[in-house]
Design a protein around this ligand. Structure first.
Ligand code: ARG
Ligand code: GLU
Length: 713
């Protein structure tokens, strides 16, 4: 019955959707399915995409500051990434007088570009599979011994690379340790901000539209890579010169059609596509709902205050956005897992595997038993980590507890102390102790309510009553040094942190008497002793079995083309420009337009305001070459590319390898693609290059940037 569903799903896929794409795919660029990509419409070759010996598209794709992706779009190292990826840098250069977040920023020429010490971009010079050398001699060894030898082997493999002084090698496992790959990386360190639209374009729709299609966000910003006189990486210096890339992407402003071939080239962070059914079920029924529940409480209280008070709104804007981002994603993920019957599909897949290879049965049975045994610990772990992250008082308390431990253990050097104080000072800049007391009180009540007695410290159940908690925590918080509300030596951590830390012994004595630290410490101790040890012990066994299960899936299911789970390494995902049918009688087109921005426009709104100049361009229909066949300017579009977090800022390319879009999000109904890609609902969302160039040209008047690019009409 279920087995028929799988077959049926494969049959009802659009005829053009290749069979192997039913599971999505984030492919290692040296192992592309060239034939299938060509069948789907690709006109270039796999070597054009990745060639370690000759300039290829990979030379234009970088990992941006360790998280996002960016791409080079001019012979002078001009870099394109998302607005939300450059957000921190745009924020750092902003002040009340020069509010680049609100107003946008555009350098007038190269001299006006703004340096960002600490920001890096990584190029991948080469990729080599090194499984044989890494696993050599480990076959007969078990657990710890095998691990030790693998570590030694990896060092040998790394030492075997002939590197330039500016290169390094990183070796990473894939398929849960069944294979290993080495990456030769070149890191550039002088990255300057060139331009960013105002948030009312770059973050248009904010949290309401986040993860949502139809979408109308101009989520892009521009940077430039600088190099030394020899075009090699160098620390920031005003004498550095624009980097001359081996390759840069031509930018296409041709109209798009549904079903056009497209691919995404970037650094997806983490997926888990090969888990057993039981693991997916636990995520869907236990883990995600627990994390959603905690964040829901925190977000509601934060939001009420942020709407009522402007100062709080600004202080908490960035924190709120990041808490809300995954809260919303997990809600979509749970719905998508249910709707795509992920557990049912996985269960029948396991049956099919066992029918072909009976050795898989003991693996699955043992995994089922382990996940069942781990479930209560995993649930507590989810609650504990989300509560201690979102109740800022607890996370502060934990940091101060670490400080006490390291001071009393004699490990507190001056440098560590200074770093700790600096980190705290930065934190307190965007913090409200009073608001936090309320959130913390609510989350402590939730934790007391949701956690079985055996995982709680003594007397913790007295924290179950929200109203009582609010009064009690507020009382503690008011007098506490760690919230910045209580003073010591006549100072608070917000007025003069150095004075508070002047005599560490006095501070520590005070902290030890603080009920907030006492509760946080008790909570942490009972978590560590009752949950974490047991959780890790079971997880180690699960990890070892998952490696076996992965190998068994690959050796048994010969029809399937496997790709490794995302691990922040360079990958290619390919598919087609496509709309979708996410619910009964609901059809989404593949493309949005400027008209839709104006439809959503709410003057003065914090999410849906539109800058006057953009409204004027719309009213005057001053679209130049950037309108499409509809007469309006295309803004965002969707495709079937398999992407995840980290793919933000990735180039979307066409059949010829020209840039047609900038990846920045996924459609809510398909976000379970991290666990179970479903071609019916999983769509990535990109900014159209026509919108990007329209904003640079007509809105920002930054024609000097267009002149650098190679524009394909
Ligand atoms: N959902 C996108 C991603 O996961 C965009 C997040 C930034 N935007 C926001 N409104 N929080 O990164
Ligand atoms: N916005 C995500 C990022 O920052 C990409 C969206 C996704 O998860 O697919 O990487």
């Amino acid at each position: 019955m279920k087995r028929r569903n799988i077959l049926l799903a494969a049959v009802i896929l659009p005829a053009v959707m290749a069979f192997s794409q039913q599971y999505g795919g984030m492919w290692i660029p040296t192992e592309l399915n060239e034939k299938e990509m060509k069948d789907l419409g690709m006109k270039i070759s796999a070597k054009d995409i990745f060639d370690p010996a000759k300039p290829s598209i990979k030379d234009a794709v970088v990992q941006f500051n360790g998280g996002c992706t960016a791409e080079i779009i001019s012979p002078q190292g001009l870099l394109l990434t998302n607005h939300h990826c450059g957000y921190g840098q745009i924020q750092k250069h902003s002040s009340v007088g020069n509010d680049y977040l609100t107003d946008g920023f555009w350098a007038k020429n190269m001299n006006g570009e703004l340096p960002n010490p600490g920001v890096t971009v990584d190029f991948i010079a080469d990729i080599k599979e090194v499984t044989g050398a890494v696993l050599a001699g480990t076959q007969k060894l078990d657990g710890k011994n095998a691990e030790d030898l693998i570590k030694k082997n990896i060092e040998r493999v790394r030492a075997g690379f002939k590197l330039e002084p500016w290169q390094k090698v990183v070796v990473k496992p894939v398929y849960y340790g069944n294979k290993y790959y080495a990456y030769v990386i070149e890191t550039y360190k002088d990255i300057r901000l060139v331009g960013a639209p105002p948030s009312s374009i770059g973050k248009f729709g904010s949290d309401t539209d986040n993860w949502v299609w139809p979408r109308h966000t101009g989520d892009f910003s521009m940077f430039r890579i600088y190099a030394d006189k020899n075009n090699k990486p160098a620390e920031y210096s005003k004498d550095n010169v624009p980097y001359k890339p081996k390759y840069f992407l031509p930018v296409s402003i041709k109209d798009k059609q549904e079903n056009d071939f497209t691919f995404i080239f970037g650094f997806p962070g983490r997926t888990t596509e090969y888990l057993p059914a039981i693991a997916v079920e636990k995520i869907m029924t236990d883990i995600d709902p627990a994390m959603i529940g905690v964040r829901e409480v925190a977000l509601k209280t934060l939001n009420d205050k942020m709407r009522a008070d402007d100062e709080t709104r600004i202080k908490y804007a960035s924190k709120y956005a990041s808490v809300a981002n995954y809260w919303k994603k997990w809600i979509g993920e749970v719905e998508g897992l249910k709707k795509s019957d992920a557990v049912g599909k996985k269960k029948s897949y396991e049956k099919m595997l066992i029918a072909k290879n009976p050795q898989i049965k003991p693996t699955i049975d043992r995994l089922n038993a382990l996940y069942a045994e781990q479930a209560p610990y995993a649930l507590n772990r989810a609650y504990y980590s989300e509560v201690s992250r979102n109740a800022e008082t607890l996370s502060l308390a934990n940091q101060y507890i670490n400080f006490i431990q390291s001071y009393e253990g004699g490990k507190m050097t001056d440098d560590v102390m200074t770093a700790f104080k600096n980190r705290l000072a930065g934190f307190y800049e965007n913090y409200s102790g009073e608001l936090d007391a309320k959130v913390t009180a609510e989350l402590l009540a939730l934790y007391a309510e949701k956690t079985p007695e055996k995982f709680l410290p003594a007397n913790f159940s007295q924290l179950k009553d929200v109203q009582k908690n609010i009064d009690m925590v507020e009382n503690w918080s008011k007098q506490s040094v760690i919230t910045g509300r209580g003073s010591l030596n006549g100072a608070t951590v917000t007025s003069d942190i150095n004075k508070v830390f002047a005599n560490p012994q006095v501070l520590i004595a005070n902290l030890k008497n603080d009920p907030l630290l006492q509760w946080a410490g008790a909570m942490r101790n009972s978590y560590l002793t009752t949950t974490e040890t047991k959780y890790n012990e079971l997880q180690n066994e699960i990890d070892a079995l998952q490696k076996t299960f992965m190998a068994q899936q690959m050796s048994t299911d010969k029809d399937r083309q496997f790709f490794p789970d995302a691990n922040s390494t360079l990958r290619v995902a390919y598919g087609q420009v496509k709309g979708s049918n996410p619910r009964d009688a609901v059809y989404y087109g593949y493309q949005t337009h400027l008209d839709g921005v104006i439809e959503k426009y709410v003057p003065g709104d914090y999410e849906f305001d539109v800058p006057a100049k953009l409204v004027n361009l719309y009213n005057a229909k001053d679209y130049g070459v950037y309108k499409d066949k509809t007469g309006s300017v295309p803004v965002n579009f969707t495709a079937t590319n398999h992407t995840t977090g980290g793919n933000s800022g990735s180039p979307a390319l066409d059949a010829h390898g020209n840039l047609i879009g900038l990846n920045f999000d996924r459609q809510w109904e398909g976000t379970m693609s991290d666990i179970n890609f479903d071609p019916r609902f999983s769509r990535n969302i990109m900014v159209d290059t026509k919108y990007i160039l329209f904003i640079v040209d007509k809105y920002a008047d930054a024609k000097w940037l267009l002149n650098e690019m190679k524009i394909v009409k």
